[in-house]
Design a protein around this ligand. Structure first.
Ligand SMILES: [Zn+2]
Ligand SMILES: [Zn+2]
Length: 89
């Protein structure tokens, strides 16, 4: 979890509507209000993913940020990650 605003829960406040989650695949920051409408979960990474990455998972499987960096650098994609489908919220 990342926070774009102060987190008030520790001091007894309510969940800040500006809370945000970080996509574990592309590192995008997704505001929680957007995430609950369009967001996903990758069981392979055991972490949150943004909507575009969730949709990409349906065809390409899990593609974590570091793996995409590897591919961008010309490395050979590893088969290690399998084909986690994740789940829509
Ligand atoms: Zn993403
Ligand atoms: Zn993943």
């Amino acid at each position: 979890m990342a926070y774009v605003m102060n987190d008030n829960r520790a001091s007894g406040g309510i969940l800040d509507e500006h809370d945000a989650v970080t996509c574990c695949h592309c590192q995008a920051i997704v505001p929680i209000r957007k995430y609950v409408k369009q967001g996903g979960w990758c069981y392979n990474c055991d972490a949150t993913v943004c909507w575009p990455c969730y949709n990409r998972m349906q065809t390409e499987g899990c593609a974590p940020f570091m793996r995409q960096v590897e591919i961008a650098l010309g490395g050979t994609p590893r088969k290690l990650w399998g084909s986690a489908k994740g789940v829509a919220l």
